[in-house]
Design a protein around this ligand. Structure first.
Ligand code: CMP
Length: 139
Protein backbone atom coordinates (compact mmCIF):
# COMPACT_ATOMS: atom_id res chain seq x y z
CA UNK A 1 0.00 0.00 0.00
CA UNK A 2 1.05 3.58 -0.54
CA UNK A 3 2.29 4.89 2.78
CA UNK A 4 3.81 8.02 4.26
CA UNK A 5 6.77 8.12 6.63
CA UNK A 6 8.45 10.83 8.66
CA UNK A 7 12.13 11.36 7.90
CA UNK A 8 14.38 13.64 9.92
CA UNK A 9 17.82 14.74 8.82
CA UNK A 10 19.25 15.09 12.31
CA UNK A 11 21.47 18.01 13.42
CA UNK A 12 24.66 16.14 12.48
CA UNK A 13 23.35 15.55 8.96
CA UNK A 14 22.27 19.16 8.49
CA UNK A 15 25.53 20.51 9.95
CA UNK A 16 27.56 18.28 7.63
CA UNK A 17 25.63 19.45 4.59
CA UNK A 18 24.04 16.05 3.93
CA UNK A 19 20.39 17.11 3.66
CA UNK A 20 20.51 17.22 -0.13
CA UNK A 21 22.20 13.81 -0.30
CA UNK A 22 19.48 12.29 1.91
CA UNK A 23 16.71 13.84 -0.21
CA UNK A 24 18.49 12.72 -3.38
CA UNK A 25 18.56 9.11 -2.16
CA UNK A 26 14.85 9.23 -1.26
CA UNK A 27 13.90 10.67 -4.64
CA UNK A 28 16.28 8.48 -6.66
CA UNK A 29 14.68 5.44 -5.05
CA UNK A 30 11.37 6.70 -6.47
CA UNK A 31 9.68 8.01 -3.34
CA UNK A 32 8.02 11.41 -3.40
CA UNK A 33 8.70 14.20 -0.90
CA UNK A 34 5.27 15.62 -0.04
CA UNK A 35 6.22 17.94 2.86
CA UNK A 36 9.55 19.49 3.83
CA UNK A 37 10.78 22.00 6.39
CA UNK A 38 13.93 23.17 8.10
CA UNK A 39 13.08 23.54 11.75
CA UNK A 40 14.53 23.44 15.24
CA UNK A 41 12.99 20.94 17.64
CA UNK A 42 11.72 21.84 21.10
CA UNK A 43 11.99 19.82 24.33
CA UNK A 44 8.20 19.34 24.27
CA UNK A 45 8.21 17.99 20.72
CA UNK A 46 11.12 15.63 21.43
CA UNK A 47 9.52 14.35 24.63
CA UNK A 48 6.61 13.19 22.50
CA UNK A 49 8.68 12.04 19.52
CA UNK A 50 11.01 9.94 21.71
CA UNK A 51 8.47 8.91 24.39
CA UNK A 52 9.33 5.22 23.87
CA UNK A 53 12.98 5.88 24.79
CA UNK A 54 12.30 7.77 28.03
CA UNK A 55 14.33 6.25 30.86
CA UNK A 56 16.98 4.71 28.60
CA UNK A 57 20.58 5.75 29.26
CA UNK A 58 20.91 7.53 25.93
CA UNK A 59 17.63 9.47 26.29
CA UNK A 60 18.95 12.77 27.64
CA UNK A 61 22.03 12.82 25.37
CA UNK A 62 19.65 12.07 22.49
CA UNK A 63 17.36 14.99 23.37
CA UNK A 64 20.34 17.34 23.87
CA UNK A 65 21.78 16.27 20.51
CA UNK A 66 18.46 16.78 18.73
CA UNK A 67 18.28 20.30 20.19
CA UNK A 68 21.85 21.15 19.14
CA UNK A 69 20.90 22.55 15.74
CA UNK A 70 18.27 22.64 13.04
CA UNK A 71 16.82 19.49 11.51
CA UNK A 72 15.20 18.87 8.14
CA UNK A 73 11.83 17.19 8.64
CA UNK A 74 10.13 15.68 5.63
CA UNK A 75 7.31 13.36 4.73
CA UNK A 76 8.09 10.79 2.05
CA UNK A 77 5.37 8.91 0.22
CA UNK A 78 5.41 5.68 -1.73
CA UNK A 79 4.60 1.99 -1.83
CA UNK A 80 6.00 0.45 1.43
CA UNK A 81 8.03 3.60 2.07
CA UNK A 82 8.18 3.01 5.86
CA UNK A 83 10.20 -0.19 5.44
CA UNK A 84 11.88 1.18 2.32
CA UNK A 85 13.29 4.27 3.98
CA UNK A 86 14.59 2.19 6.89
CA UNK A 87 16.41 0.06 4.32
CA UNK A 88 17.89 3.20 2.76
CA UNK A 89 18.93 4.46 6.23
CA UNK A 90 20.63 1.24 7.37
CA UNK A 91 21.26 -0.02 10.87
CA UNK A 92 21.10 2.38 13.85
CA UNK A 93 24.80 1.95 14.58
CA UNK A 94 26.65 3.65 11.72
CA UNK A 95 29.68 1.39 12.18
CA UNK A 96 27.52 -1.71 11.69
CA UNK A 97 25.32 -0.19 8.97
CA UNK A 98 25.91 -1.77 5.57
CA UNK A 99 27.78 0.18 2.91
CA UNK A 100 25.24 1.43 0.38
CA UNK A 101 23.00 2.78 3.12
CA UNK A 102 22.89 6.40 4.31
CA UNK A 103 24.37 5.54 7.70
CA UNK A 104 26.79 2.97 6.26
CA UNK A 105 28.13 5.34 3.63
CA UNK A 106 28.03 8.65 5.48
CA UNK A 107 27.99 7.90 9.21
CA UNK A 108 30.52 6.73 11.70
CA UNK A 109 30.79 6.33 15.46
CA UNK A 110 32.15 9.53 17.01
CA UNK A 111 32.57 7.95 20.46
CA UNK A 112 29.78 10.08 21.94
CA UNK A 113 26.99 9.21 24.37
CA UNK A 114 24.45 9.01 21.57
CA UNK A 115 24.57 7.60 18.07
CA UNK A 116 24.79 10.57 15.73
CA UNK A 117 23.40 8.64 12.80
CA UNK A 118 22.29 11.35 10.34
CA UNK A 119 18.66 10.32 9.85
CA UNK A 120 15.52 9.13 11.56
CA UNK A 121 12.72 7.19 9.89
CA UNK A 122 9.41 6.07 11.37
CA UNK A 123 9.44 2.38 12.31
CA UNK A 124 5.76 1.49 11.77
CA UNK A 125 2.51 2.81 10.33
CA UNK A 126 1.42 3.83 13.83
CA UNK A 127 4.69 5.70 14.49
CA UNK A 128 4.51 7.37 11.09
CA UNK A 129 1.00 8.72 11.69
CA UNK A 130 1.94 9.93 15.17
CA UNK A 131 5.26 11.49 14.10
CA UNK A 132 3.85 13.21 11.00
CA UNK A 133 1.20 14.75 13.27
CA UNK A 134 3.88 16.00 15.64
CA UNK A 135 6.24 17.52 13.05
CA UNK A 136 3.58 18.70 10.58
CA UNK A 137 0.62 19.57 12.83
CA UNK A 138 -1.24 21.34 10.01
CA UNK A 139 -1.28 18.21 7.82
P1 CMP B 1 16.57 6.61 15.99
O1 CMP B 1 16.33 5.16 15.78
O2 CMP B 1 16.16 7.56 14.95
O3 CMP B 1 15.84 7.02 17.35
C1 CMP B 1 16.45 6.73 18.59
C2 CMP B 1 17.85 7.23 18.55
O4 CMP B 1 18.58 7.01 19.74
C3 CMP B 1 18.62 6.46 17.50
O5 CMP B 1 18.16 6.85 16.25
C4 CMP B 1 20.03 6.83 17.86
O6 CMP B 1 20.33 8.16 17.45
C5 CMP B 1 19.92 6.81 19.37
N1 CMP B 1 20.30 5.51 19.95
C6 CMP B 1 19.62 4.36 19.83
N2 CMP B 1 20.23 3.38 20.51
C7 CMP B 1 21.34 3.94 21.07
C8 CMP B 1 22.36 3.44 21.89
N3 CMP B 1 22.39 2.16 22.29
N4 CMP B 1 23.32 4.29 22.26
C9 CMP B 1 23.29 5.56 21.87
N5 CMP B 1 22.33 6.10 21.10
C10 CMP B 1 21.36 5.30 20.70
Amino acid sequence: AVERTLVLVKPDGVARGLSGEVIRRIETKGYRVVALQLTTATPELLAQHYAEHEGKPFYQPLVDFMLSGPVVALVAEGERVIEGFRSLAGATDPTAAAPGTIRGDLGRDWGLAVQQNIVHGSDSAESAAREIGLWFPAS
